[in-house]
Design a protein around this ligand. Structure first.
Ligand code: HEM
Length: 385
């Protein structure tokens, strides 16, 4: 399940952003209008954040229009669309736009329609909006960006061949640097989050009392008339404690490497400038001198504020993980939804095997296998997905 969420959630969204940016570069009028909408709404002094996306109807219309153009036949049918091959976000006139009937179905339809639509619209909106807000974009030359579709399941194309011009440091943002940034976001962001979910679910299966308590919390705050949403997460304190306790016992960055920028001392050791330091996060997180019953899974310990640097799953300092906020929300939403929508059990009497495997992100030696069935009190909702 976690794999399919990543497989269907990453390439589809990245591909849409690439097409959208290509369309914008070929349609500078639309790009300028989107820039003006963002500047007008956000004003000076802060960066766009996720909660702004809903207030930017033109940005959302650009995404819808990109998704329309990409889904061949129906969405490009001249009997259904006026000038179907033209990029005209205005036709969506805000969010609802021409969704009458079934002529606009980028996320499919019915019970097997994409369950990630809301998340995808927010992710794409936030990323595209931030790119439009933070940079001035231009084509490399006079030629239009090549819009030929490649071969593949998700309509790939090669935007990164298009060298970009930014106001700040154009010599720094070479194609290699941009590709590197995208690559590192994907590699640093996927394995770490999915392995946290797998460890968390394994711990919950071995501790049914904790699983029940998490379920009760979700029942109390959300009930059975709707599905858990990202905006519910701040209310789900116990779920958050479970994620923290999982990250304490099984940090996906078990060893960190930093270089000392000046002479310093660690404990009684003198560390000269330029020394590579390895930090054993796992050892700190499991140190019995720092944690009571250090090897016990006890989410309640996070009820109290954690002081100092004894809990550092996302590192610390200037090179701290920039994806922390996203990761906590992503893991919270996925894990919370799994707890809300299904009843979980171990496959037999034996406890789930918690042996650690080898690898950079502390994987499980044996992948989790578990049994689940739909939560009966949510059947009316699940059958509509
Ligand atoms: C549970 C999920 C995650 C965990 C536990 C985690 C943990 C970490 C850790 C420990 C570091 C090294 C920090 C240091 O050296 O002090 C790191 C770096 C990084 N993480 Fe994450 N991460 C997670 C999810 C994500 C996500 C979702 C993204 C982005 C989409 C991301 C992007 C990055 C990047 C770009 C770096 C390198 C930062 C730098 O070198 O300056 N991470 N992460």
């Amino acid at each position: 399940m976690a794999w399919i969420i990543y497989a269907s959630g990453t390439e589809t969204s990245a591909c849409t952003m690439e097409w959208a940016m290509s369309l914008l570069l070929n349609n500078p009028r639309v790009l300028r209008k989107a820039q003006a909408e963002i500047a007008d709404y956000i004003k000076q002094g802060r960066l766009l954040d996720e909660s702004d996306v809903n207030k930017l109807p033109y940005l959302k219309a650009i995404i819808s229009e990109t998704l329309r153009i990409n889904l061949w036949a129906i969405q490009n049918d001249p009997n259904l669309w006026d000038e179907p091959h033209k990029f005209k976000p205005e036709r969506f006139d805000g969010l609802e736009g021409p969704r009458d009937g079934f002529k606009f179905i980028p996320f499919g339809l019915g019970r097997r329609g994409c369950p990630g639509e809301g998340l995808a619209m927010r992710t794409i909106g936030l990323t595209l909006g931030a790119l439009i807000q933070c940079f001035d974009w231009e084509r490399i030359g006079d030629d239009l960006v090549d819009m030929s579709a490649g071969v593949g399941l998700t309509l790939p194309k090669n935007l990164l061949d298009q060298r970009r011009q930014q106001k700040l440091g154009p010599e720094y943002y070479t194609d290699e640097i941009i590709k590197g940034i995208i690559e590192i976001l994907l590699s640093a962001g996927t394995d770490t989050s999915s392995s946290t979910m797998e460890w968390a679910m394994s711990l919950l299966l071995n501790h049914p009392d904790v699983l029940n308590k998490a379920k009760e919390e979700i029942d109390m705050h959300i009930g059975s008339n709707r599905l858990l949403e990202e905006s519910d997460l701040p209310k789900l304190r116990y779920l958050n404690n479970i994620i923290n306790e999982t990250l304490r016992l099984y940090p996906p960055g078990p060893v960190l490497y930093h270089e000392s920028s000046k002479d310093c001392s660690v404990g009684s050791f003198h560390v000269p400038k330029g020394t590579i330091l390895q930090m054993n996060v796992c050892a700190v997180h499991r140190d019995p001198k720092l944690w009571a019953e250090a090897m016990q899974f006890n989410p309640d310990r996070f009820e109290d504020e954690i002081e100092g640097f004894k809990f550092i799953p996302f590192g610390s300092g200037r090179r701290k993980c920039p994806g922390e906020g996203l990761a906590i929300r992503m893991v919270g939403l996925a894990l919370g939804s799994l707890i809300q929508c299904f009843e979980w059990k171990r496959v037999g009497e034996e406890m789930v095997d918690m042996t650690e495997g080898t690898g950079l992100t502390l994987p499980k030696a044996n992948p989790l296998i578990a049994m689940c069935k739909p939560n009966p009190s949510l059947k009316h909702l699940l059958s509509q997905i």
